[in-house]
Design a protein around this ligand. Structure first.
Ligand SMILES: Cc1cc2nc3c(=O)[nH]c(=O)nc-3n(C[C@H](O)[C@H](O)[C@H](O)COP(=O)(O)O)c2cc1C
Length: 151
């Protein structure tokens, strides 16, 4: 069965809420197994079991949150060694900006042989119903694309 890994890092719970909303949206797609993991609990073993990767994190001090950076740093060489090529998407939570985190994440991902499956989604301010909807729609679209094999 096609599997989508949602790997998230969250300090206050905002990114965790978005990850859960993405999970709900993706889970509505039949035929896709959606796995949600905190980045601290995920590594290359989880990547090997996935056919798609949704990264959910925040901007902290103008940069990608440290937990997400740690996940990507930790998995880079093992992922390359395993020949992994996973379509990925990005969901970022930010207070009022998010550009620094997005720039850094895109720079990091340009080193991975992973194709982007969707435009990055940056959600600013406190988590709202509109944010949860956007996160759910991203999860649903990613899962549907995976199921159709379009990435
Ligand atoms: C230490 C710290 C630094 C932050 N720096 C930024 C920042 O540079 N730009 C921004 O837009 N938001 C910034 N924020 C706000 C967070 O991105 C925002 O609250 C986000 O929703 C946090 O998600 P999380 O708690 O799930 O990690 C910062 C928050 C913290 C705690």
């Amino acid at each position: 069965m096609t599997s989508l890994l949602i790997a998230y890092h969250s300090q206050s719970g905002a990114s965790a809420q978005l990850a859960r909303a993405a999970w709900r949206g993706a889970s509505a797609e039949p035929g896709v197994n959606v796995v949600v993991r905190r980045v601290w609990d995920a590594g290359v073993a989880e990547l090997r079991q996935a056919q798609g990767l949704l990264l959910v994190a925040a901007e902290n001090s103008g940069s990608l949150s440290g937990g997400m950076k740690d996940f990507l740093d930790r998995t880079f060489y093992p992922a390359i060694a395993s020949g992994l090529v996973l379509p990925y998407a990005v969901l970022l939570s930010a207070g009022n900006d998010g550009r620094g985190a997005l720039r850094q994440l895109q720079r990091i991902m340009s080193g991975y042989p992973f194709p982007a499956a969707a435009e990055p989604v940056v959600l600013r301010g406190e988590v709202s119903a509109a944010h949860l909807q956007a996160a759910g729609e991203l999860g649903a679209a990613f899962a549907a694309g995976l199921e159709m094999g379009i990435f």
